[in-house]
Ligand binder design. Structure first.
Ligand code: ADE
Length: 273
């Protein structure tokens, strides 16, 4: 996979040399190219922003540097033999970045990121490139960052670990908390490693029992417990067919009941476990 990032803070992307993404680059599984947007400015002050039409606070990133940069970055990529680019525009106004979108992006051969600073990029830039390639405007969460660079790191890491051969163990994706297409997306419960005692804290006996069936059941119960507590929306969205008899017993203990459509919701009478 080829990645291009155009930014006014190339040094912000240094973490792409580290850990999983860094290793994928070193192995040639990922070809990352970071570009400084200011190289495509032609005035004395290397201006990339201007005041918004219609007034209002903040500044807007100008069309010309982005247009010139993206034309060159795309031309260079095509010359290197890349194909099928998609533009990934991090913005708090984008669609939520999910595991499903990470999988979709991981299937594309070439991602071009345009992290913005200030209030964002002049709309015409996205409109122009949308005539040539898919444009994904993505938000990594309901909060506003000072710029899109951190979002590029997030998206890149989520996508890179899905590339064939990057994680080593292909099965690990299937069990991801948010694996798309799963009947139920549950959060993972607590995990433990040696030593068996630490500062007076032990580990649940069942994990030492060697009984695979009981361990699997315990893990599932803990996943239900954690999901009901931290992400009740995931339980509410679950296909009720995803829950077996034991799941239903656990959900009942946790104060959850099936509604008229079969989907589970929190029993308003129940006391928090
Ligand atoms: N830029 C600023 N905030 C952002 C967010 N939440 N997601 C993606 N890009 C952003």
């Amino acid at each position: 996979m080829r990645l291009d990032v155009v930014t006014i803070f190339p040094e912000y992307l240094e973490p792409l040399n580290v850990s999983l993404v860094g290793k994928a680059r070193a192995r040639g599984q990922l070809d990352v190219n970071v570009h400084d947007l200011r190289e495509w400015t032609y005035d004395r002050h290397n201006t990339v922003d201007d005041t918004p039409y219609g007034g209002g606070p903040g500044m807007v990133m100008k069309t010309d540097p982005w247009g010139a940069a993206l034309d060159d970055v795309l031309a260079e990529g095509y010359e290197d033999g890349a194909h099928g680019p998609v533009l990934v525009v991090p913005t708090p106004s984008g669609r939520p970045f999910t595991q499903e979108l990470a999988v979709e992006l991981s299937e594309r051969p070439w991602l071009v990121f345009t992290p913005a600073r200030y209030e964002g990029i002049d709309r015409r830039v996205m409109d122009e490139y949308a005539t040539r390639m898919p444009v994904y405007e993505v938000s990594i969460g309901d909060y506003v960052l000072a710029g899109g660079e951190a979002a590029v790191l997030v998206v890149t890491e989520a996508v890179a670990r899905l590339l064939p051969g990057v994680l080593g163990n292909a099965e690990s994706h299937r069990d991801d908390s948010f694996a798309p297409g799963a009947m139920a997306n549950l959060l993972e419960g607590p995990i433990y490693t040696k030593p068996p005692q630490w500062r007076g804290h032990g580990i649940p006996d069942v994990l030492l029992s060697g009984h695979h069936g009981k361990i699997a059941r315990w893990r599932r119960d803990e996943a239900l417990r954690r999901t009901t507590r931290n992400r009740p929306d995931l339980i509410e969205r679950c296909d009720p067919g995803a829950f077996d008899k034991k799941d239903r017993e656990m959900l009942s203990i946790l104060g959850w009941r099936p509604g008229p459509d079969g989907r589970f919701g929190r029993d308003p009478e129940a006391v928090e476990e």
